[in-house]
Structures are given as structure tokens and as C-alpha cells.
Write a new protein. Sequence first.
Length: 198
Amino acid sequence: MHIFLLEDDIALQSSIKMFLESKGFHVDTFYDGEVALESIDKHAYDLYLLDINVPGISGLQLLELIHNFNKNAKLLIISASNDIDTIKQAYKNGAIDYIKKPFFLDELYYKINIFAPKAQEKSLPTSEHLTKKERQLLKLLLENEAKAIEYTQIEEHLYPESTMSLDAIRGLVKRLRKKLKSHTIKTISGVGYKLEKI
């Protein structure tokens, strides 16, 4: 998943970028609103993380511009501001959540995984093309992109109340694999599977 990050605290920006990239995300970073605005027309991002008080165009202004350009954009504000009017304006301008600084990086990761599933699947098959089990498997693979998922993890995640044979899991993977466009499911011998970009 491609993430847009606007944060003028370079140390925090670097920490967020390193953490999210360790989770398999691709992150483009910006510290100036005007520079960030130039990138919006050039790239399609799955998720936007915006600080409010940054040089150039403020995060609130940029938030509104992005939302007007793409009503379906996933927009999260990260800010130390406690001003209720600012928070209200953020939601009015299109934010789907407001994360108060300071925050734990795991909290940010949790938020992203709540709001981003649909964005993650933009370049993959839409949910209308997948069965329930295929969607569940895809979500598990997306949440652990580029990491190996063991057979037992798949079984526990998809079939918590029953036992599934290895052949059944292989069959499910085979069907999902045929429906992927920009990604493939790689078999890790003796371990399980992982999702990779083609």
C-alpha cells in the first residue's frame, strides 16, 4: 500500500516511515505542504497521513484539496492540537480520523488497518469478485504483505471453529491466485504463503 505522509517534525517523520515500511507499506514523506501538493497530482496514494501545522500550505488546507479531488481518499490527521474547532474543521474537510500526538506507532498501525482495507485492494480484485473465504485470505495476506504466512495461521484465521486439510487451503490459494492482477501469492516450501507484487 502506498502512503502519503506530511509531517514537518523530521525525527517523527523518519520514525513513522521506518516503522510503516517495516510493516510492508511504501511511504512517501513531505515536510512542506506546497511541495506535498505537487506530488498529489503525480501519484495515486492509498492513504494520506497529514500533520496540521506545517510550512507552506497547512494540513487542513491540503486535506480539503485532496478530499475535493478524490472523495474516496482515506485521510487521517496526526496533530498535537487540542483545539476543538480545528478538530471539527479536519472532519469537515474530509478526515476519517484524528490521531492525537504523542501516539504509539502501534496505534497508528492499528488505525491504518481499520481504515485501509478497501484502499489496499484497489489494485487487486474487488470484493465483488471474491468469495467470503477468498476475501478473508486476501486481507490476511495484505496485512502481512511480503511476510510468510504459515498454514496454521491461515487455518486459525479462516476456520477458527473447524479443521481444514492442507489440500483445502491449497485449493483456496489456487483460486485466489488466479484472480490477482498486480500481485501473486508465492508458495514458501514447508512454511506457507506470502503476497508479493508482480
